[in-house]
Design a protein around this ligand. Sequence first.
Ligand SMILES: Cc1ncc(COP(=O)(O)O)c(C=O)c1O
Length: 385
Amino acid sequence: MSNLSNKIINGIRTVAGKNNLPLHEPRFDEVEIKNLRKCIDSSYVSTVGKYVNIFEKNISDFTGAKYAIAVVNGTSALHLALKLVGVDRNHEVICPSLTFIGTVNAISYLGAKPHFVDCEEKTLGIDPLALSNWLDEISIKKGNKTINKKTGRLISAIIPMHTYGHPAKIDQLLKISKEYNLNLVEDAAESLGSFYNKKHTGTFGKIGILSFNGNKIITTGGGGALITNDSSLAKKAKHISTTAKVPHKWRYIHNEIGFNYRLPNINAALGCAQFEKIEKFLKSKRDLFNKYSEVLDSIEGIKLFKEPKNSKSNYWLQTIILENGYENEFEMILENTNRNNIMTRPAWDLIHELEMYIDCPRSPLPVSKSLSKRIINIPSSAFLL
Ligand SMILES: Cc1ncc(COP(=O)(O)O)c(C=O)c1O
């Protein structure tokens, strides 16, 4: 086994002694059981029921967003968010290549094209300086619209993503989005509990989204939400995610093509129980980062990723980054840790390299390419210590 793999395995084992270490496990106790029992007894397990309303109130209270609309997952939340800000067929939407596929698929659902831009090493999010230079080079303004000079398409939106819970430089990205008239939809799927300058991620642009998938900081099994301060967007989001049904005592009236995307009550029941413990989860994940830091910081060749400046991160997935020059250890570390029952994962394969997105417009992506060969996520569950 390579020396570096050995040091990493020993370090992780010093912190988390359990034999089998998954990447990220959800944590449930009697509070979830009690809520699920009550939900089942009420017979309201689908889209109508009190837990959905309570869950949405929990999200609003916690994030500071005026409105939250709970839906079936983060990808559907992104789909609706993009639709609501006006993304349409043949538009382009700026997004990172270093992200989960859902960010990009949501653009395609609307017949629009992703336009990939680079990330920065310091935040793992979209690099504002590279973005601004790129837009300057490739776009022209027509009235208040930004057009890609090469493709002739309207660039109508941008989706910054807060990678592994670490906030991107969202204030600078917001400024650029205003300069170029791009609607900013924040992909905060991974960053519930993360703040930039004390403001919750997902609340900077017109609309943001969250995910409550089983691997997230809190879970509803599958689930997601749109968050916004705009009452009209919130109203529309609720309407089109509920099959665009017009309220009526007995008739089924739908006034546009809607989506069956509302979060079922039974999932929300789980989410309400999880929200009761979110502060404990967040503390435990920060403690885990500090423990990992004690044993991994001294290892030459790797860096444990620390929350960026002006940010408070939820430390959703703990991340090792190989230093430049150590890329040849990458596969071996993944191989050896997994063989030793320590679940580790690389970053996603870069989306612009996937077959279905290979022809999409993109800026040079040197940092994303380099990071994708150096990022390794290590066991990150709450209460590992
Ligand atoms: C960055 C990012 N965007 C979007 C999503 C989509 O969320 P979901 O899996 O709930 O559809 C996820 C997570 O899974 C994600 O990590």
